[in-house]
Design a protein around this ligand. Structure first.
Ligand SMILES: [Zn+2]
Length: 694
């Protein structure tokens, strides 16, 4: 999702400013003799300054649950999945009909739930996300109310189940609804390696605009979290059934979907997956335009303003209705949107060789061996659905923006594995929200903001759509990574646009104002109404990745970053898998970095305390005035010769508990300037004390 956030007005942080008078004196005494030398080793002063003792980051400790997973062989300490790693899998066959006049959605479905885990399951937990909108629901944001999801039929293993109040202690099969979760006690416990079939019927009123991530404004219906979805049962924590309370997002399992959506004729549908019955749904002209979009490198207007409506863009259907059939394989959700107002643009993106990707192309039930590279360049169709009123908001550029996003990210990460990607002009309260192969984007935009939100949501097709982390408990694992990827794409698209700097300044401003909360926290446990969630999960995490890239070097960083993704495609990585992969690939113990930047709100403030020439050598004194330890990267500029020496004080100095370090360098050629981290790779909260000299 895209979080709206404001840049806080920058406040000068003056508590530790160093006197400039002292520096002037040091410049005057710098001597100018001696040959060019490499810097001497950095002796460390044991003196502590008045700022006092510092925290020394202790290592990241595994949770007991993670340790058990390692012992059972489903996880490892290298960050790779264990040889016995498993994920649950489901097959959904869903039908739904939307009546735009009453805003009612009526659905029924069959779910075949497979249990590859070694555990026998007496219950299956199912999310009923629409209950967020039920009167009296527990939630952490204000939402429009409906009656929530009304379940009219629950069948498990062929037996119709009654609703109960205490299904946990019941000996009979049945189901109980707690908030946004239904617990189903199965007639027969589900043995390891077997499958259970559920059948459910339901209906609900689509909430009006103002609902998070879905809803209707009367013209457009964004239908998300609309069917009973089996919760994740994973190898580390078992069932994860935290309620949907509004702020925190989702944790979803892998599944195949066959979905039949009935809407009035003339309403266009954008959805997860591939349209399977174009002949029944689309007129010959619409189908021909779509085929052209798959061939042509330009954007094709598939449906123009004059071509909307039944018999024009879609077939006339039966009884004024058309049923669209979609199929999606190995995805974590299914969402869709529809309107009779939509224009439709399409083009295609060149993504590289999808055949090289492990286990992406087939559902697990058919499960052929992962195909090798087929030496073919694959493409993905890009769709944009928008109202004519959105053209001033740059929506006529949406397909082009989508194409750049998918092509750039395919090159940065790995080839986009799905056949299509859709951007949909939706309700304002969507802001920007990702679902597999589709995004809902709402609100007034310009070219910068529409590209920005498009590439952000499209980047989510990698994290968490392929790399299926728990967004509720570890929002940084998809949002911060996505913010970082978005920044790389924006630098390319807008020729140097520096989103990395913007998000770093936002995080630092928020930290200065005292609002920061650590990022290793459940998404529903941030202060309501504060930007703390967005700052931690998005801005700080993206900033952490920038710092990590500087620490490891871009090449090693990208190797570890991609490796983490590839290892966990179609699986459920925890924070330990992320940390361990980076340590494994880089060959470095980074536990101090994880502890500092992921578990604490310590900030970084390195300062030049003095530059003192004594004969042939000059002593540079650096104080560490913050709480976050980082290496000190010094740039020493000398008079004439355009010479800049780069010297690094290793982080180990601070990890030993020091507050001050000194380094000796040659005095001549005369030093004109000393600066800590001139590239701003590390998020120093007070840059006014980072420089000595001109
Ligand atoms: Zn996002």
């Amino acid at each position: 999702m895209t979080q709206a956030w404001q840049l806080l007005r920058r406040k000068r942080f003056t508590a530790f400013r160093v006197s400039r008078g002292a520096w002037a004196f040091l410049v005057a005494t710098a001597c100018s003799s001696g040959a060019r030398t490499t810097p001497l080793p950095a002796p460390v002063s044991p003196t502590s300054v008045a700022a006092g003792a510092r925290p020394r980051p202790y290592p990241v400790t595994e949770s007991a649950a993670f340790r058990r997973a390692v012992e059972r062989g489903t996880r490892t300490r290298t960050g790779a999945p264990g040889p016995r790693n498993w994920t649950q899998f489901a097959r959904y066959a869903l039908r739904a009909e939307l009546d735009p006049a009453t805003k009612r959605l009526t659905g029924d479905g069959r779910i075949r739930y497979q249990n590859p885990s070694p555990d026998t399951l007496r219950f299956i937990a199912v999310h009923l996300h629409q209950n967020l909108f039920a009167p009296g629901a527990a939630r952490n944001e204000i939402v429009p109310e409906t009656n929530g999801m009304e379940l009219s039929r629950v069948v498990a293993q062929g037996r119709t189940l009654p609703q109960m109040h205490d299904v946990e202690s019941s000996v009979q099969p049945g189901y109980e609804i707690e908030g946004t979760v239904a617990w189903i006690r199965l007639p027969t416990p589900l043995a390891p390696g077997s499958a259970a079939e559920l059948e459910l019927s339901w209906s609900f009123t689509v909430p009006v605009d103002g609902a998070p991530r879905s809803g209707t404004d009367g013209e457009v219906f964004m239908i998300a979290y609309w069917y009973p979805q089996v919760a994740v049962y994973d190898d580390v924590n078992g069932w994860q059934t935290d309620w949907y309370m509004g702020n925190a997002e989702f944790y979803m399992g892998w599944a195949d979907y066959d979905v039949a959506l009935t809407v009035p004729a003339g309403w266009l549908v954008g959805a997860t997956g591939e349209l399977r019955n174009a002949l029944d749904v689309l007129t010959p002209r619409t189908r021909e335009r779509l085929a052209e979009a798959r061939r042509s490198s330009s954007v094709v207007h598939v449906v123009t303003e004059a071509e909307r409506g039944a018999g024009q863009s879609t077939t006339a259907g039966a009884g004024g209705k058309v049923t669209w059939l979609f199929e999606a394989r190995n995805v974590r959700d299914f969402a869709w949107g529809t309107s009779d107002q939509y224009l439709w643009d399409a083009t295609h993106a060149v993504v590289g060789d999808v055949g090289c990707l492990p286990q992406l192309t087939a559902s697990r039930e058919s499960a052929p061996a992962a195909p090798g590279c087929d030496q073919r360049t694959d493409t993905a169709t890009i769709h944009a659905f928008y109202r004519p009123s959105r053209i001033p908001w740059a929506w006529d550029q949406s397909a082009r923006y989508g194409r750049h996003s998918i092509e750039f990210l395919s090159a940065l990460l790995w080839p986009y594995p799905y056949s299509q990607m859709t951007a949909l002009d939706g309700v304002v309260s969507c802001s920007g929200m990702e679902y597999p192969m589709i995004t809902c984007i709402g609100g007034e935009r310009d070219t910068l903001s529409l590209y920005s939100v498009t590439v952000h949501e499209f980047a989510h097709m990698w994290f968490p759509m392929q790399v299926g982390s728990d967004e509720k408990r570890r929002a940084w694992q998809d949002e911060g990574i996505t913010r970082f990827n978005q920044a790389q794409a924006m630098r390319s698209f807008f020729d140097g646009y520096d989103l990395e700097r913007i998000v770093r300044d936002a995080y630092l401003g928020f930290a200065r104002a005292g609002g920061e909360v650590e990022l290793m926290r459940h998404g529903d446990l941030y202060p309501v109404g504060s930007q703390a969630y967005a700052m931690a999960s998005y801005q700080k995490m993206a900033t952490n990745l920038v710092a990590l890239r500087a620490l490891l070097g871009p090449e090693t960083f990208m190797r570890a970053y991609r490796e983490y993704g590839r290892r966990w495609i179609h699986r459920h990585p925890t924070e330990h898998d992320f940390f361990n992969t980076f340590s494994d690939v880089s060959g470095r113990d980074l536990s101090w970095f994880w502890r500092t930047w992921f578990y604490e709100t310590w900030t970084l403030d390195q300062a030049i305390a003095g530059v003192q020439a004594t004969g042939d050598s000059t002593t540079i004194t650096v104080d560490d005035r913050g709480l976050a330890p980082m290496p000190v990267r010094l740039a020493i500029t000398r008079q004439g010769a355009n010479r800049v020496d780069r010297v690094e004080i290793p982080v180990d100095v601070w990890l030993r508990g020091e507050r001050r370090a000194t380094i000796r360098v040659a005095s001549s050629p005369r030093i004109t300037r000393v600066e800590i981290d001139p590239e701003s790779a590390f998020p120093d909260i007070d840059r006014t004390n980072n420089r000595w000299g001109r």
